[in-house]
Design a protein around this ligand. Sequence first.
Ligand SMILES: Nc1ncnc2c1ncn2[C@@H]1O[C@H](COP(=O)(O)OP(=O)(O)OP(=O)(O)O)[C@@H](O)[C@H]1O
Ligand SMILES: [Zn+2]
Length: 500
Amino acid sequence: MSKFIKEIVVGVVLVLLVFLAYIGVNIIPIIIGLAMIGSLFAVVQMKGGITVGASQERKRKKAGPAKLTFEEIGGQDNAKQELREALDFMVRHEEIQKFGIRPLKGILLTGPPGTGKTLMAKAAAHYTKSVFVAASGSEFVEMYVGVGAGRIRELFKEARTRAAQEKKENAIIFIDEIDVIGGKREGGQQREYDQTLNQLLTEMDGIYNSDAPRILVIAATNRKEMLDSALLRPGRFDRHIQVELPDKKGRKHILELHAKNKPLNADVSLERLAEETYGFSGAQLESVMNEGAIYAMRENLQIIDQRHLSMGVDKVMLGEKTDRESTEEEKRRVAVHELGHAVLAEIVSPGSVNQVALSPRGQALGYVRHNPQQEQYLYTKSYLEGQIMVALAGAAAEEIYYGGRSTGSRNDFEQALKLVHTMMTSGLTRLGIVNMDMVTKEVLMNENSRILDDLAARTKSALIEHAAVFDKSLEILIHEERLSGEQFRCQFRDSILLPA
Ligand SMILES: Nc1ncnc2c1ncn2[C@@H]1O[C@H](COP(=O)(O)OP(=O)(O)OP(=O)(O)O)[C@@H](O)[C@H]1O
Ligand SMILES: [Zn+2]
C-alpha cells in the first residue's frame, strides 16, 4: 500500500472514532478490534520482511568473501585499468588531500549482465584493503515505505562497524542494480523509492563528515540511461566505467580461468572455444565450462573433451535438449526457416555456414551455426545490410513456402531492428548523420520501415533465385536433421554447374 493511501485511511479512521465518541458510542471495543487488525497487518509485513531478508542472504552468499583479485577477472583490460586508476585516489589519499582534490565517493559500473561487474567491485575491495558490503537494488523492491531508507542507513552503518572491527581504513559498499532505486523520478510508482534514493544521496554527501573509514560506493547497472541525474552529479557517482562483453582474447582468458579446476583433455583448444562463443558474457562462458564438465561426467568419463564443451555452448545458447519430438509439420517449418537464414548467410558471406540442424531444444527448434568470423570493430553499410538480410531470411523463407510467418521470428526481428538502429546512429542511412534526439519519431519510423521493406524484398528475391539449392538442402535437412557446411556448399556448387 502506498504511504499516501495509508495516511488517508488512518486519518479517516481517527475522524470516525472522534465522531463516534462525540455522539456517545463506546469506542473502547472498536479500538481493541482495530489494534488486533493492526497487529495482524504487522505480522504480514514481517513475513514480507523475512522474504526480503532471505533474498539479501542469498545475495550476500553470491557476493561471498571479498578475497578476489583483478587477476582472477578475465579480459576487461580497459575497465580494470580505469578502475584501478580511480581506486588509487582512495589508496593515495594523503597526496589527494595535499592537492586539494575532491575525494572520490562513487563509481558507476555499467554494462550488460554477467560481464563481471560484481567481480570488479570485489576486486576493488581487495585492491584497496577495504571491507566489502554488498546489496542489490532488487532487495528494495516491494519494501514498505521507509524500510528502504532504513536499509541504506544500515548498509553504511555496517560498513563503519565492520571497518572498525576489522581495523580497516577503507570500506566499499557495492550496490548492484542501482537503477531499481535510482531510476528517473517521473512520478508514478517511482515515488515509492524516493526516500530510499534520498537516503543514499544523503549518506553519500555525508561520507567525509566523519573520519574513519573512507567509504566508496560502487554501483552497477545495465541501464545507465534510466538513472536519475541526481545520482550522476559531481560528488556522487561521477566516475563511470564501462564493462563490455569480452572480445575473443578476453573470452579465452575467462575460459582459462574457469578451466583451472577442471580435467581437460590435452587437445582441447580454448582458443577455438573462444571463437565459437562470440557475444557470450563472462557468466555464460562460466556456464559453458560447467555444462561441458557435466556432459563428460554423464558419460562416465574422467576427462572433458572439446565435444563436451561444444555441447556446453549449444546448451547455453539454446537451452536444454527436450525429449519432446516435434511433429513432421513443425519440423518442416523449422527446417524452412533455418535454411532461409543459412542460404542468405552463404550468399552474403560465402563459406560462413558451419552447420544447420534441427534439434528439439528449448525454444529454438533448429539453428544455424556460423563459422568463426574475424571479429570486427568497424562495420560497413553493406556488411550490416547483409546481416539484416540474414536475420530476416527465416521469416522470408516461411512466407515463400507457406504464404505466412510463424511466431518463431521474434528474436530475428529484434536482431534486425538493432542492426538498423546501428546503421542510423552511425550515419549509414539516407538520413545521413543525425542527432537521434533531434529527429522526430515519425521520420525515424519511416526510415526504419523503408530500410526493412527494401531489405526484406531483396532477401526474398535472393531466396527465390536460389530455390534449387534451397529445395535440395531442405530434403537432406529433414531427412538427416543435420546439414554440414560442406554438404550445404555442395548444393551451391551443383546449382552453378547445372542451372535449373
Ligand atoms: N570477466 C570475468 N572473468 C571471470 N569470470 C567471469 C567474468 N565475468 C563474469 N564471470 C563469471 O560470471 C559470474 C557472474 O559475474 P558477475 O556477477 O560479476 O556479473 P555482473 O556483471 O555483476 O552481472 P549482473 O549484472 O547480472 O549482476 C561470476 O561469478 C563469474 O563466474
Ligand atoms: Zn530465425
